[in-house]
Design a protein around this ligand. Sequence first.
Ligand code: NDP
Ligand code: MG
Length: 392
Amino acid sequence: AHRRRIALLGATGSIGSSALDVIARHPDRFELAALSAHSRVDDLVALCERFRPAVAVIANEAGHAALRDGLAARGLATEARAGEAALDAIAADPDSDTVIAAIVGAAGVSSTLAAARAGKRLLLANKESVVLAGSVLMRTAAAHGACILPIDSEHNAIFQCLPADGGRGGVRRLLLTASGGPFRGRSRESLRLITPDEACAHPNWVMGRKISVDSATLMNKGLEVIEAHHLFGLPPERIEVVVHPQSVIHSLVDYVDGSVLAQLGNPDMRTALAYGLAWPERIDSGVAALDLAALARFDFSAPDPDAFPCLGLAYAALREGGTAPAILNAANEVAVAAFLAGRLPFLGISALIEATLATVAAEPADDLAVLLATDGEARRKAGELLSRMATA
Ligand code: NDP
Ligand code: MG
């Protein structure tokens, strides 16, 4: 039978390695056309040795020679390429039919759009590209026949619970579950001295450091509300967030007749990745069967807006629309990087995002060039505000 050929962008990350784990379980179904990383050359070479892709891309140009030499030293036929244009090229290459977008941050926008423009099956983990350019992405995918399969666990759950005809008939609300992160239940005051390692120690999921900090501030859920709006076409007032610390109910769809459909599973991204890889079929993902009796209970509560203001900032940006979500996302990326580098306290993350949103005026535009220019401007402004906050 025909094997799906996959381009995996962000192969060395947390989502990347979960995807490779599922792919490796089904050599009869999947093979790798291309792999990419940003700077971890040695890890990328090791993956090339194991999965034998036709092409490997190191996004950071400085790693080009090391990648070429590393592949040659192991006698691999994989072609070494470098730079962002090479990422776009493997995302659009007719040599693959499926693209997994697992780069972190707005750095993934260009290649995600390239995959949509090329009409791929697009397994979408890179939520920042949806927050930054959601309407452009959805338009592009529709115009070129790309099939977007959400990998973010909440959106994957909703995708599974929506009407089978692809419509929204009878849907009342989408309910996104949030674990609450490592600081659930804590007061704002108690979060002053949080360190990067504390913020990255998530109770239920092992993830990259950026999304781990986003989970700790609840900005991750804010980004996901915006992502859900674009993927499923519902307005913000019909997308709600409920805290569910066990992270077993991945999200729910509430229908007008009172039925609420949920997707459950152990918190492991391989379930969503296996779903996207094999859709509409189901394949083994390596994830253990759910043991409800061992779990014993599910808890729910409302998010605390005082300790976690980022969720409210994201709703406000979505309601404002236009370039506001792009400003929010850019400011968040600058703030999280500064926090991880020890240059901004934990509570400074939401403060910097709020200050950036108050400084950079949002426009109604949803044109890609305008959105990318806004992203750049918001990063510059956030950087300036950051140095003022740091010296204050
Ligand atoms: P990681 O930080 O673990 O991995 C990021 C990947 O992207 C790595 O391969 C990294 O390469 C590459 N990368 C980093 N910066 C760049 C850049 N500037 N240009 C090109 N490539 C780059 O992140 P995660 O796997 O945790 O997350 C990936 C995406 O999936 C994010 O958008 C996240 O929000 C989303 N997501 C993640 C979940 C998870 O469980 N981890 C759950 C739901 C969504 P290198 O290793 O060389 O640095
Ligand atoms: Mg998620």
